[in-house]
Ligand binder design. Structure first.
Ligand code: NAD
Length: 359
């Protein structure tokens, strides 16, 4: 059977769904067809794919097509009934794209919809990409700050360490904490899920108590706060935020706009030269003043509204994603054939469109 690797067409998307090293792991009976220059922006030229046994050609007729971003209308038009596609299909926010796949009779597997159970961890692409995002957010904060992160004792005197606050301590937030700590900053963090306090502390950061406690859903996600809780959180944060040199925000509720944590007034209360890196910019931002896709300065505070952060580190982001893809393919392909076991909760959970079996 053929597995196709599509070249990304979305603006600024530099990742690729499968890297050469993974091809060998796909086993016997699988032919990999890679669209020309699909991996080029991630530093995987066609030659490396050829060396790994792939063919460079048209991936769209393959039994399974792998992609990072959801297919455009034109790309979906190249698919036919019975094929499968695996990508970040954005099932909660792109109903039209999902509907197009559904009318084409394509089996759509959304990486976001893989249940977050222990057995699915090797295929958890949300986590692998959030790890990249959190790491990079700490580096961006360090880069934009007009000061050192670590404490320095020099002949010219002592420099105190920078203080960084991380809001939302899920996968990205925990990685941001770990990275900022390694760079020598003093880190505090907050999350509405009570279970997170211990994880924050185990990384050597302080849990900032904002007096708001939310709930965790069965899937491990946060439940959206009530308007009263949100207001209380904003207010308490406004009081505490001037202590910090940089704030990295990662708070998210699946399928919902990002919760607004930092008001415009709170930004104005920060010292000039402070930095906010808003990893939630893609879903509207955790800061009221974030401009998605842009970097702005408000009252001397730099607000980084960067989107698609994993794409800024395309080599490792693609490598991790590629391993997630290979693990998921392990469930979808059996003995060189597409074999979909709808009784498997990962297969059924990840599937957002499905070709009905013909009687
Ligand atoms: P996410 O990207 O959906 O959200 C990021 C963080 O924002 C979460 O920790 C959430 O609690 C927090 N948040 C939401 N609203 C907030 C608010 N108003 N203020 C502050 N923080 C707020 O989450 P994620 O990082 O993808 O995953 C969250 C959790 O899911 C993980 O920490 C873990 O417990 C669980 N998980 C489980 C598995 C697994 O078992 N396979 C894999 C990955 C994640």
């Amino acid at each position: 059977m053929r597995i196709g690797v599509a070249k990304e067409t979305a603006a600024g998307e530099r990742r690729v769904a499968l890297v050469p090293e993974t091809i060998r792991r796909l086993g016997e009976g699988v032919e990999v067809i890679v669209e020309p220059s699909a991996g080029e922006e991630a530093a995987f030229p066609d030659e490396l794919y050829r060396d790994a046994g792939a063919t460079i050609g048209d991936p769209w007729a393959s039994e399974v097509v792998l992609k990072v971003a959801p297919p455009t209308a034109d790309e979906t038009a190249r698919l036919h009934a019975g094929q499968a596609i695996v990508a970040f299909l954005q099932p909660l926010t792109d109903p039209q794209g999902v509907a197009r796949l559904s009318s084409a009779g394509v089996h759509g597997f959304a990486l976001e919809a893989i249940p977050r159970i222990t057995r699915a961890q090797p295929m958890d692409a949300l986590s692998s990409q959030a790890t990249v995002g959190g790491y990079k957010a700490a580096l961006i904060a360090a880069d934009r700050l007009p000061r050192f992160l670590p404490m320095l004792m020099t002949a010219a005197g002592t420099i105190p360490p920078a203080k960084i606050l991380v809001l939302g301590a899920g996968v990205a937030g925990l990685q941001a904490i770990a990275t900022a700590r390694r760079l020598g900053a003093v880190v505090s963090a907050f999350d509405v899920r009570p279970a997170v306090r211990e994880q924050v502390e185990s990384l050597g950061a302080t849990f900032l108590d904002l007096g708001v406690e939310g709930e965790e859903t069965e899937g491990g996600y946060a439940r959206e706060l009530t308007p009263e809780q949100q207001a209380a959180q904003q207010q308490e944060l406004q009081r505490r935020i001037p202590e910090f040199d940089a704030v990295i925000t990662t708070a998210a509720i699946p399928g919902r706009p990002a919760p607004k944590l930092i008001s415009a007034e709170a930004v104005r209360g920060m010292r000039p030269g402070s930095v906010i890196v808003d990893l939630a910019a893609e879903t509207g931002g955790n800061c009221e003043l974030t401009a998605p896709g842009e970097e702005t300065i408000e009252s001397g505070v730099t607000i980084v509204g960067i989107t698609n952060v994993p794409s800024t580190m395309p080599t490792h982001a693609s490598q991790l994603l590629s391993r997630n893809m290979a693990s998921l393919l392990g469930l979808l392909v059996d003995d060189g054939e597409l074999s979909l076991d709808w009784d498997d909760e990962i297969v059924a959970g990840a599937c957002v469109t499905r070709k009905e079996a013909t009687p």
